[in-house]
Design a protein around this ligand. Sequence first.
Ligand SMILES: [Zn+2]
Ligand SMILES: [Zn+2]
Length: 392
Amino acid sequence: MKNILEMNINEMAGMEFDCSCGRHHKLDIQHIAIGKGVLPEILPMAAPFKGKKILMVSDDNTFAAAGQKTFDLLKKEGHIVKSFVFKTGKEMLIPDEKALGRLFMEMEPNTALIVAVGSGSINDMCKYMSARTGVPYIIVCTAPSMDGYASDGAPMICNGFKISFVAKLAYGIVGDTDIMKDAPMRMIQAGFGDVLGKATALAEWKMARELVGEYYCDTIVQLVEKALKKAIDNAAGLAVRDEMAIQYLIEALTLTGVAMGLCGVSRPASGAEHMLSHYWEMYYIAHNRFPEFHGIKVGIATPIICQVFELLADKIPAEAMASCPSRQQMEELLKMAGAPVLPTDIGIERALFRESLIGAWKVRSRYSVLQLAVEKERINEIADIITERIYG
Ligand SMILES: [Zn+2]
Ligand SMILES: [Zn+2]
């Protein structure tokens, strides 16, 4: 078998191997098709479900982007497909109990396959429904906006709170760059922000290995670093919707999902930058404000976490420190992609910002650079320096 580091992402579906980290890695995604014009690849994926009921889910935006085409392909092939379209107009679909309840009402008995056409919310709801019913789902990605296509987590809003459910992995992923390059620019920028966050997440994983002896997999780290580098090297192309730049972006996003699936932890995808993002998001939801796309917040949080690393450099093991990029580099990349750079760009107030730096380490129980700053009694000083830099 080929070494995973030399594999094309489409070859990774269903793979398993014994790794030098001591674990047996296995990926429970049966099909991955990412590239230009790959939408018809859904047909061989759906072939085993011929003669059975398929439920296709989209919203007004994603139906126009890819739903109609997907429906026509499946129909022409002789599949029994029911199409349900959320009537969202230009609004964003919120994955809450109302939307999810509606989906369950639309699902007929003996449905054998769910085809989700969309990005964040539709993917999360179909993933959740798939986990609860045991019906497999295929995701047709419409935007390179986050890394959840290949992950098993399904964040949902319940009773006004964000809850992260563990769901299951997709049976198949179809990522056609012809479709995704036309996604709203803000969603492309969000995907890039989520990818940049991997840089600090990986540095932090190295730090946690050294300081608290956490499980670590060098193969997975190399895999994500390689994908991250390709996406970063092509960042300038994103602002003009260059097809290769979009391709490397969706590959990096899918690959981080694959990496999480392989090692069974989200370390390769999420560190302190995600904690800051979640802190802001919970505050926004609690105050009935639009929480912004996930990746936009993660992108803004990434150079801030780089600065935390820099300010705490004397306490961080050399290898981890060396793998953390500089704040300037991350800010320049965000600018290059046309994405928001500062917390003030998305309306985060001074008090919330300072409070988030001090409190975000409690968002989840995972050793982070923020926790290290708390333990070394440096967090207040660091929060003051960064807040002063941004807010004056
Ligand atoms: Zn490993
Ligand atoms: Zn993320």
